[in-house]
Design a protein around this ligand. Structure first.
Ligand code: SF4
Length: 281
């Protein structure tokens, strides 16, 4: 299906044009989500998209599914409620690094811990874009931001390690440069029976890029190309080489972790309901 046909099928025409800046990675990430949904052949009525607040969270308003544009940091509690109310729905969360890892950080780790079958797509552009370029928990150390004009001194989260440690059963990372792989990762996340988390390394040329002299949007895409390392190649490096790669700003992309060993939350919940209805304790 062409981009024009995908747009006509999956976007709400009355909500366009979108607000995203030229060169923003959010359009590519949103495009990857609809390509994944289309590729899986899901009916639009069987998909719910929930978002929080921020540039990335505008996606829920543009997309023609069952959607909720919720409160800042609260996409995951809403998504959890949607999934519990209707476990048949494919629930996808669109969220940014400020929304998901700062104010929503507590919700993130507990949704991961519960292993509820929702798919989180983290649009990680390393900054609060919409609210004025403040640094987020994902802003690299030494970067400049409106709240750190002389550069940040905090360490960013390794968010994929964090959600894995919290209990997520599918963890992946992609970039907006490697679009075919990104579509595949989102497809796998949707198909996974448990909490799935896909970090998308994206670009905010306006807030992050200007403050940090990253060049054009094309230059920021080339940065992704030159710093992402396929997981297979990453795993072939010994610990010393991986440490050198990390120090050079490189990171692995692909499926980072996957297990089916933990029961999905709504299935476990159904068992409790059956026990309660049977009058047993
Ligand atoms: Fe994208 Fe940044 Fe513009 Fe927001 S401010 S739309 S994240 S480029």
């Amino acid at each position: 299906m062409s981009y024009a046909e995908l747009t006509e099928k999956y976007f709400r025409p009355g909500r366009l044009p979108h607000i995203w800046c030229p060169g923003c990675g959010h359009g590519i990430t949103t495009g990857a989500i609809i390509k994944a949904i289309d590729g899986l052949g899901l009916d639009k009525n069987d998909v719910a998209v929930v978002s929080g607040i921020g540039c990335s969270s505008r996606a829920s308003g543009y997309l023609d599914f069952n959607t909720v544009h919720s409160a800042h940091g609260r996409a995951l509690p809403v998504a959890t409620g949607v999934k519990l109310a209707n476990p048949e729905l494919n629930v996808i969360v669109c969220t940014g690094d400020g929304d998901c890892t700062a104010i929503g950080g507590n919700h993130l780790i507990h949704a991961a811990r519960r292993n509820i079958n929702v798919t989180v797509v983290l649009f990680n552009n390393n900054i609060y874009g919409m609210t004025g370029g403040q640094y987020s928990p994902m802003t690299p150390t030494g970067s400049k931001a409106s709240t750190a004009p002389y550069r940040t001194i905090e360490q960013p989260f390794n968010i994929t390690d964090l959600v894995q440690a919290a209990g997520a059963t599918f963890v992946a990372r992609g970039t907006t440069f490697h679009t075919a792989q990104l579509v595949d990762l989102i497809k796998k996340g949707i198909q996974h029976d448990g909490f799935s988390f896909i970090e998308v390394v994206s670009a905010c040329p306006t807030s992050f890029g200007r403050a940090n002299k990253c060049g054009s949007p094309g230059d920021m895409m080339k940065w992704q190309r030159d710093h992402a390392v396929m997981k297979l190649a990453w795993d072939k490096m010994d610990a010393e080489k991986q440490a050198e790669a990390k120090a050079a700003g490189k990171f692995p992309i692909g499926v980072l972790f996957e297990t089916n060993a933990i029961k999905e939350y709504t299935k476990a919940y159904d068992e409790v309901i059956a026990i309660a209805q049977g009058g047993k304790k």
